[in-house]
Unconditional design. Structure first.
Length: 83
């Protein structure tokens, strides 16, 4: 499950990106990985750990919705069934 978003470019600034994806670990847990920054530059990365996939998916959707409210537009989605 993966979502890639970005903002429109403003004046002379590069657009910002926000990348969300889920990863399963070796012990059947799940990580929500959040990566963000300016397009074409190194970004920041944060991982949140969950024991259940459904909870991790809900956290991913909540993070997506929060970034949409901040002006990000969804560019690419992979693996989402109904949202």
């Amino acid at each position: 499950m993966r979502i890639y978003m970005q903002t429109p470019p403003l004046h002379d600034k590069a657009p910002r990106f926000y990348h969300l994806f889920l990863q399963q670990d070796l012990l059947d847990g799940w990580s929500l990985v959040k990566e963000w920054g300016y397009q074409g530059a190194g970004g920041r990365l944060k991982r949140e750990f969950y024991s259940e996939r459904e909870v991790a998916e809900q956290a991913l959707l909540e993070a997506r919705d929060a970034q949409i409210k901040r002006g990000y537009k969804v560019v690419f989605v992979e693996g989402l069934k109904d949202n």
